[in-house]
Design a protein around this ligand. Structure first.
Ligand code: HEM
Ligand SMILES: *[C@@H]1O[C@H](CO)[C@@H](O)[C@H](O)[C@H]1NC(C)=O
Ligand SMILES: CC(=O)N[C@H]1CO[C@H](CO)[C@@H](O)[C@@H]1O
Length: 541
């Protein structure tokens, strides 16, 4: 049932057309104009910032078009100070916060001074429904408390065998490629090519561990594999695939919010397919069958009824959220980790040595306790290459944001705090903050896992999971962070133990943002699309 409806979903995803785009643009223009017309005199501190290169887009296109948006934000921070203002679509303005003190204020737990912008919320409702990602305030607290246990460390530990299983399948696929396409010792593998399947690890992980559905992408089965991939996978060079992925992302990360076309039919299909899977899971758990997946755990609890206060509708919404939020994010992080390991053979060797010093196959618990360098590599990849490079919030009430240093305003005064009036948009450029020299020190741009093992090596200035902004913070911090970290850790452990990764053209190959699937993906500079050829060599001691 699931794959059939996915077939339809796929067709719809590919049918992005001009009318959709035009309708979307008309809607956004109407919305913006309406808001401009009703805007009262704002008390928000006017800050300095880059001039607008385009009346329509403001600096939006500069950021989107850049091969390193984090660097663009940081360059502005250098010129205008740790907080500044940028012009956006149709004369809107956004305050950019790069200051640790401002961020700690913004992201305190359980406050709702800053919420999603109305457009973002409308899109979230359309695409994934009024689930935990859409909800705010008490509604959010209820939903999040009901489901959080299925994402805690106990639950993730139970999912670990699924991750191991998936990556071992991947290992066999690559060994086959090395035997058939390579010289039996190594082969050039484009790790983002959809036929070479690395991206599919994350899709299978979310399918199986998320809601007990086998996309079977690694078994090479046609059908569900191909569609799942095309619908959610890396750009394949077909422009439509890029548009559609782009589209999915826009619901989540408003930086890419350009074309708010409703695409009702597609979302109807998504609703139908997740409904059928959740009903199947529900029946399974009623029959008392053990279901080892997040939605499976939740269905079981739902049937026993204790302390569980989310509806069937909200559970289905959670499934859609898992697909949209949990797939490309981890896949991109794993890709970046492989790039860094290939470009830094010494770090890769040091990591491999940690495995060689260990007898046998480590379990998940052992990976967590006995592999500090692996942990450091994973967190360094999350720091240097955050999958979501910025987050946007809107003030629901007037507020004052404290700053750690003085900032010069437009009227040339130095202020130590910002006045924010109701309705003001603020933006956290995650990629910039994570790599800022001011925050992380002079080697902030360098991939250096050792910093995680040194006392004082990691900043304590920032809020967030391990002082990283990658999963954001506050009440809506990523629910799947332990899931993501476990998946990435397990994948890297099996990879590095069994293979040696090299850039095809040697160390220090340049890599940049290539194309956008659901999120921006890297590519080797000079290559087409999102090509990322690595030499993958069997490791045999
Ligand atoms: C490296 C991988 C990942 C990154 C960088 C990441 C990042 C984020 C960020 C920045 C948010 C905040 C969105 C916002 O505040 O509007 C978020 C929310 C969320 N993420 Fe992740 N994520 C990752 C993986 C995952 C995975 C694997 C799952 C599911 C298994 C997941 C589930 C969620 C959910 C459910 C939310 C919404 C939480 C809420 O609104 O209360 N994420 N993620
Ligand atoms: C995770 O949730 C389960 C179920 O509520 C609970 O038994 C377990 O102790 C929790 N684990 C952690 C580490 O909080
Ligand atoms: C955003 C941010 O903190 N940027 C800083 C980056 O690092 C330079 C120094 O190299 C600072 O001047 C910026 O403020």
């Amino acid at each position: 049932v699931f794959s059939l409806t996915y077939n339809k979903l796929l067709k719809l995803i590919f049918s992005v057309d001009v009318i959709d785009i035009a309708a979307g643009l008309a809607a956004i223009i109407a919305l913006r104009l309406a808001r401009l017309a009703t805007r009262k005199r704002s008390k928000t501190t006017r800050l300095r910032g880059p001039p607008s290169p385009s009346l329509f887009y403001g600096v939006g296109k500069v950021i989107l078009g850049s091969s390193d948006p984090g660097a663009v934000y940081e360059a502005w921070a250098k010129e205008y100070g740790v907080v500044y203002e940028i012009p956006m679509t149709l004369g809107q303005r956004k305050i950019v916060l790069c200051d640790p003190c401002a961020l700690s204020h913004l992201l305190v737990r359980d406050t709702w001074t800053y919420v999603g912008a109305p457009e973002t919320k409308a899109m979230l409702e359309k695409s994934v429904g009024k689930g935990v990602m859409w909800a705010e305030g008490d509604d959010h607290r209820r939903q999040r408390r009901s489901v959080a246990f299925a994402f805690n460390s106990t639950a993730v530990r139970k999912l670990a065998p699924i991750f191991f299983n998936i990556v071992h399948k991947m290992k066999i696929v690559w060994e086959d490629i090395i035997d058939t396409d390579g010289d039996s010792k190594s082969a050039i593998i484009d790790v983002q090519d959809r036929f070479q399947r690395m991206n599919r690890i994350s899709l299978d992980a979310i399918g199986l561990a998320g809601f007990g559905h086998d996309f079977s992408t690694l078994d090479g089965k046609k059908g569900s594999m191909a569609l799942a991939l095309d619908a959610f996978g890396a750009p394949s060079g077909k422009r439509k695939a890029i548009n559609s992925g782009f589209y999915l992302l826009m619901q989540m990360f408003p930086v890419l919010f350009r074309i708010p076309t409703p695409r009702n039919r597609m979302f109807d299909e998504l609703h139908k397919s997740t409904a059928s899977v959740s009903i199947a899971l529900h029946e399974k758990s009623e029959k008392g069958k053990e279901e080892n997946s997040i939605i499976g755990f939740l269905s079981k609890i739902q049937n026993t009824g204790t302390n569980f206060h989310i509806t069937q509708y909200e559970l289905q919404s959670l499934m859609k959220i898992l697909l949209v939020a949990g797939y490309e994010t981890t896949s991109i992080t794993i890709t970046w980790a492989l790039i860094e390991l290939s470009n830094n053979p010494d770090i890769q060797m040091k990591l491999r040595k940690e495995f060689l010093a260990f007898d046998g196959e480590p379990t998940y618990d052992q990976l967590q306790k006995k592999f500090p360098y692996l942990d450091a590599v994973v967190h360094e990849a999350l720091r240097v290459h955050p999958a979501a490079s910025e987050m946007i919030r809107q003030a629901k009430e007037d507020d004052i944001i404290p700053l750690s240093e003085g900032v010069r305003t437009k009227s040339d005064q130095v202020v130590h705090s910002l006045c924010i009036s109701h309705g003001t948009s603020v933006c956290v450029p995650i990629a910039c903050v994570n790599r800022s020299n001011a925050i992380w020190g002079p080697d902030a741009k360098v991939f250096r896992p050792e910093r995680w093992l040194e006392t004082g090596g990691v900043t304590e200035k920032l809020p967030g999971y391990r002082h990283l902004m990658t999963f954001f913070d506050g009440p809506k911090t990523c629910l799947g962070k332990l899931f993501a970290v476990a998946e990435i850790t397990i994948v890297l452990s099996v990879f590095v133990k069994n293979f040696v990764f090299e850039m095809r053209d040697g160390p220090n190959t340049r890599v940049e943002i290539g194309g956008i699937g659901i999120l921006p993906r890297p590519k080797v500079t000079g290559e087409d699309g999102t090509k990322l050829p690595l030499r993958v060599r069997r490791y045999d001691g």
